[in-house]
Write a protein that binds this ligand. Structure first.
Ligand code: FE2
Length: 242
């Protein structure tokens, strides 16, 4: 796994400089605005639950690798409920018509987000257990960058102990690698040399996809929720975090 981890580490360092990460760190922008990207994460966050519950686990042989994938998936597939709770806490759970909700999720402005989800699904469904571990390691490394920066914003707002998905509670449960296994167990997994070029391609594609999704988040957050047509919803977003 050492070879794979070094590829992930190198690409992760580049990801830390992405405009979305910089946006979250930019203290010239009000903290409330820097957290306002979260409603736009809905498609990825809910798809990620399916990925962990239905696409990655396939514990037919009960092998140690499949058990790691299933255990990890069982934990991460439940975190979407924390997201919904935080949407409520932040005041984003306003009334939207059904059609507005569909337009919001399936708008052109969220296309890179959806394409990333499809790409992730494609790789997850076509992967053998070893490749699934590679996918999990890459996604968890990205997740740690996102969540560490997000928790910092919630601290600035004094909300880190009130928010579950976006706050310290979630970060304390994310290890930056497959959950339910010690890191040295993951490290000891051997990815055969002939698999490495494909694994590297998948890792890089996933990082590119994540950055596209993240670009949707920052672009839409900076637009200031102009996509919402419902006055009540606009108001609740403005007033949501005080
Ligand atoms: Fe999570």
């Amino acid at each position: 796994m050492e070879h794979i981890k070094s590829i992930i580490h190198k690409r992760n360092e580049q990801y830390k400089k992405h405009s979305f990460i910089q946006f979250m760190q930019d203290e010239t922008i009000p903290a409330k605005t820097r957290l306002s990207y979260i409603p736009y994460g809905v498609y990825f966050i809910m798809t990620f639950a399916d990925l962990n519950k239905y696409l990655l686990p396939n514990n037919v042989s009960g092998s140690p690798l499949e058990t790691i994938i299933t255990t990890h998936g069982e934990e991460d597939s439940k975190h979407w409920a924390w997201f919904l709770k935080d949407m409520e806490t932040l005041g984003y759970n306003a009334d939207l018509t059904f059609n507005d909700a569909c337009s919001f999720i399936w708008s052109k402005e969220g296309l890179r987000t959806r394409m990333f989800c499809y790409k992730l699904a494609q790789h997850a469904l076509n992967a053998d257990p070893l490749m699934k571990i590679v996918i999990i390691e890459a996604i968890e490394s990205m997740g740690k960058v996102w969540l560490t920066n997000t928790v910092q914003i919630t601290k600035e707002l004094g909300l880190d102990d009130k928010l579950i998905y976006l706050g310290q509670y979630h970060l304390d449960r994310e290890l930056g690698h497959a959950m339910g296994s010690e890191e040295d167990v993951i490290d000891s997994i051997i990815i055969p040399a002939e698999m490495r070029p494909h694994a590297e391609r998948v890792i890089l594609e996933l990082y590119d996809g994540m950055e596209g999704y993240n670009q949707d988040l920052v672009d839409r957050a900076l637009k200031g929720h102009k996509l919402f047509k419902t006055k009540k919803y606009e108001r609740s977003i403005t007033d949501g975090v005080s």
